[in-house]
Design a protein around this ligand. Structure first.
Ligand SMILES: [Zn+2]
Ligand SMILES: [Zn+2]
Length: 337
């Protein structure tokens, strides 16, 4: 089959790659779409902190936001059949380790990654597969994983009816968090984003105020929107270290600050300790999306997802797709193998 294979740092090419088999407990799909995640370019460039250095030496394939059609089911699979349209979680958890049994599935000690999906075919354990409702297209289905990440983030951000929220970064996760926050009752919504096209999209999808943090006074505008107080919740979804620090100054007394992006492995962020005391702030972070896929699936028909899909590109053009991603103007790029 064809797959986008990375050999060495920054070098990605579409080539022949061994097609995955289908074990007795697995489901094999023909990949319809797979989104480029913000971590994928970092991974391609060898900067993603979760990848051990020795892995970077080996040929590898990325892609973890897939939808597709089932082409084969293992002998033990009862629930799914060939031809069914599905979306996928890229991780499966064991259900028996300490973390799985103690409501921290995202830290499963035996978690397995599905075969990667910037490829024509991929196999998944049954537990990682979600059947798409008839009214959900395969394009929208490929948004299931990022929606699940936004569900987990908004779960942790202490959003409640009538509350105020600031979000930094209008990429897929920032915009999805915004859409879910608004539907959860957040009423004063600010989005900070340096790229004009993305600010316009945030505005169209419901932000009350959008700010260019490089050319406008974010703190001042934030105070104006909240009667001088600051925000009940602040979500950082840009991955910028500076933006992460700025979130601390955007929060109101007792505010919840959520760092929902991936940051460089060796970076440190200075936290104003006195402010933590004087404002009774909470800073939290998120790691993937435990137990969130079923609710994300319910949300697929309720969120505005189409405007977030700015590009659909064939697998053969994946190198160009990564270039477009790097320029920062795209929101979600789907690769179509
Ligand atoms: Zn991802
Ligand atoms: Zn486990």
């Amino acid at each position: 089959m064809k797959a986008a294979v990375i050999r060495g740092i920054g070098n990605i090419n579409v080539e022949e790659y061994p097609e995955p088999g289908c074990g007795p407990d697995e489901v094999k799909i023909k990949v319809a779409y797979c989104g480029i995640c913000g971590t994928d370019p970092e991974n391609l460039e060898g900067r993603f902190g979760l990848i051990p250095p020795e892995m970077l030496e080996k040929p590898r394939v990325l892609g973890h936001e897939a939808s597709g059609t089932i082409v084969e089911v293992g002998s033990n699979i009862k629930q799914y059949k060939v031809g069914q349209r599905v979306a996928c979680d890229f991780r499966s958890t064991c259900g028996i380790c300490y973390y799985c049994r103690n409501k921290m599935q995202n830290f499963c000690q035996n978690s397995l990654h599905a075969s990667p999906s910037f490829a024509e075919y991929a196999t998944y354990p049954e537990s990682a597969i979600y059947a798409l409702p008839d009214d959900i297209s395969l394009e929208i289905g490929a948004m299931l994983e990022p929606v699940s990440v936004a569900v987990h983030a908004t779960d942790l951000a202490n959003i409640y009816p009538g509350s105020s929220i600031a979000i930094s970064g209008a990429g897929p996760i920032g915009l999805l968090c915004m859409e879910i926050a608004i539907r959860s009752g957040a009423t004063r919504v600010l989005v900070s984003e340096p790229i004009a096209e993305k600010r316009a999209l945030a505005r169209k999808l419901g932000a009350d105020v959008v700010v260019d943090p490089f050319n406008e006074d974010l703190q001042k505008i934030g105070k104006e929107l909240t009667d001088g107080r600051g925000f009940d919740s602040v979500i950082e979804a840009s991955g910028s270290v500076q933006a992460a620090r700025d979130t601390i100054y955007l929060a109101d007394n007792c505010g919840t600050i959520l760092w929902a992006a991936v940051y460089p492995k060796d970076c440190e962020i200075a936290v104003p300790a006195f402010l933590m005391y004087a404002k009774e702030l909470t800073i939290r972070s998120t790691f993937v999306s435990p137990y969130c896929f079923p609710r994300a699936l319910n949300l697929l028909s309720k969120l505005e997802l189409k405007p977030l899909i700015t590009h659909i590109m064939p697998l053969d053009d994946i190198r160009e797709a990564f270039e477009i991603h790097k320029q920062g103007k795209s929101v979600k790029i789907l690769i179509k193998p």
